[in-house]
Every structure is written in structure tokens, then in C-alpha cells.
Design a protein around this ligand. Structure first.
Ligand code: MLT
Length: 311
């Protein structure tokens, strides 16, 4: 019967490669986490996880693609904190953070760094504050679109500096970084999973980290908080979701495989090198659901205070 056939199909899940959608460009911070994780989850799944980059509109295009995909476990989403900010930034983000998905679990937490092209004059955050005041409307800030992590951090930076910057959107911070390296844009606030190497090699100038504590892999960089911007904090958590209606056995298999992936020493080592914290104990649906419930109203309030309008 159809029911028996469905049961048998689920028992065999997964019997073909799984598509993991990253809603940003290849080679960027989310993609770096996704590709390491895809590799780390493979043994537990017994199948390959193929990463598909679907950038645009701050991650909402790729996120919506998964929300509308077949709920069969072959389309999974790896997205970050922006998942819970889009509903207050877009009139129609294309998905409902509470109703469109089954949460699988949290993955990593990533601090951000405020960086500039290598020949940008200011040498520290105080000099940056002076410089942007003297060069109003001339300083450009790259981001990965409205609702991206770089946009959230950029919004907080603009608030902190008290000066508007010329924002330039990209489909991810990988292309934004390319333009920063090419000196076509001045500033970027981006996750350490994309900036650590460039900072270490001196290819970009780095001013501060956005966590309340210094990042062990970037020990020389002061926090914004200690640089005079008290309470400035932004950490970008990542999570994994599948479309609403995905059968429970499939969800369970993905949860187990995610947990196995996060426990992989190679994955842990790679994340540590990039300044990310692996969220081992929160890699479950309950923790991710709670995170989204807490974050949606929190960001909505921050945007209201900052006067950020809906698109
Ligand atoms: C990316 O992967 O490109 C980033 O996560 C973009 C962002 O949110 O800033």
C-alpha cells in the first residue's frame, strides 16, 4: 500500500544525496561552516551533502527556497541569526520563522570583526570614528543585503558612530571581501569565519571584534565594548532547518547526524581556527526553536529603536 511504501522510503532515508542550501555566496562565512559541516555529517548519514549557494536579499531568497521545497529531508537549510531578523525587515520575507520549518538544531556561534581595506587611513576604532565624521557620505560599508549578519552589525556600527555610511549590498560577504581586497569599498563588518585569514595575513585592516570578550584566535583585536562602545555586542548563531511537514523519523535522523557532525574532531578544529564556537549541547530542535522565539522580538525591538524601516 501507499502507506507501507512511504514507511519503507522513510526507513531508508537518506538513499540519495542531500541538498544543503546556503542562502549566501560561495566562499563566504556561512558557506565555510556549511561545507565543513556537510563533510562532518556524511558518515552518520551515509550520503553526501551537496551545498547549494543561493544568495540574495539578505538570505531570504535561499531561505524561502527551502521553505517551499518538498518536506522529504532532501532539502535542508543552513542559515544564521538573519533567519529571525527578516520578518521585521521585510514586509514579505517569503517565509514564517515559526511556521515554515521544522528546526533541526543550533550549529555554531560566530563573532564578527570590523575591518577595512588595507590602505584605509584610520588605524583604530577611535581614528575611524573621527574619520567618518570628517568624511560624511564618502565612506562606504559593504554588506550582504538587508537582514544579513553584516547588515545587522553595520546597522549597530552606524548607530555607534553616529554617522550614516554609504552601504553597498552583495549576495554574500565573499564578494564583499573581494571588493574590500580590491580596495573598491572601505569597510565591512563580517564574521570571523570569513575574516580570520585575511586579518592574519594583513590583507585587511582590523579594528575590533563584536563579542564582549576578545576572540582567542585574534587576541590583539580589542572588543568594541572595551573601545568605548559599552555593550556593543553581536554574535551570529547558525542553525539548521527542514521544511515544515518533514516526517519525524527523517527529522530524528538529521538531528542525530548533526550531533555526530558537531562531535567530529576535524569539524571542531576547523571551527576553532576560524573563531567559531560549536554549540554541541544546543544541537537539537528544542534549543533552536527557543532561540528563534527569543530572537524574533529582540531584533524587532532593536530595529524599531534604530528607526530601520521595513522593505
Ligand atoms: C555570508 O555567508 O555571506 C554571510 O553570512 C553574509 C552575512 O550575513 O553577512
Amino acid at each position: 500500500s501507499a502507506m507501507l511504501a512511504a514507511g519503507a522510503a522513510q526507513a531508508e532515508y537518506p538513499d540519495r544525496p542531500i541538498n544543503m542550501v546556503v542562502p549566501f555566496a560561495a566562499g563566504g562565512p556561512t558557506d565555510n561552516v556549511a561545507r565543513s559541516l556537510a563533510e562532518a555529517m556524511r558518515p552518520a548519514l551515509g550520503q553526501t551533502v551537496v551545498v547549494e549557494n543561493k544568495g540574495g536579499a539578505g538570505g531570504t531568497i535561499g531561505t524561502t527556497q527551502v521553505a517551499r521545497a518538498q518536506p522529504d529531508g532532501y532539502s535542508i537549510l543552513l542559515m544564521h541569526a538573519g533567519f529571525s531578523t527578516a520578518p521585521s525587515l521585510y514586509k514579505n520575507p517569503g517565509y514564517d520563522p515559526y511556521k515554515s520549518f521544522e528546526p533541526i538544531g543550533l550549529v555554531v556561534d560566530v563573532p564578527m570583526t570590523i575591518i577595512a581595506r588595507s590602505d584605509f587611513p584610520p588605524n583604530n576604532i577611535q581614528e575611524l570614528a573621527d574619520y567618518v565624521k570628517k568624511n560624511k557620505d564618502k565612506v562606504s560599508l559593504a554588506n550582504a543585503g538587508i537582514g544579513a549578519a553584516s547588515h545587522l552589525c553595520g546597522t549597530m556600527l552606524v548607530e555607534a558612530l553616529g554617522v550614516q555610511l554609504l552601504t553597498i549590498p552583495y549576495k554574500g560577504t565573499a564578494p564583499a571581501m573581494n571588493d574590500l581586497l580590491g580596495k573598491q569599498v572601505d569597510l565591512l563588518c563580517d564574521q570571523t569565519t570569513n575574516t580570520t585569514q585575511q586579518i592574519d595575513s594583513g590583507k585587511v585592516k582590523a579594528y575590533a571584534v563584536t563579542s564582549l570578550k576578545r576572540v582567542p584566535t585574534l587576541p590583539k583585536l580589542p572588543t568594541m565594548d572595551e573601545s568605548g562602545y559599552k555593550g556593543f555586542e553581536v554574535g551570529i548563531w547558525h542553525g539548521m532547518w527542514v521544511p515544515k511537514g518533514t516526517p519525524k523519523p527523517v527529522v530524528d535522523k538529521l538531528v542525530k547526524s548533526l550531533q555526530a557532525g558537531l562531535a567530529d574532531p576535524k569539524f571542531q578544529e576547523r571551527m576553532k581556527q576560524l573563531g567559531a564556537t560549536v554549540l554541541t549541547t544546543e544541537a537539537n530542535p528544542q534549543a533552536l526553536e527557543a532561540k528563534v522565539k527569543q530572537q524574533v522580538p529582540q531584533w524587532a525591538e532593536l530595529f524599531k529603536k534604530a528607526g530601520v524601516e521595513q522593505q
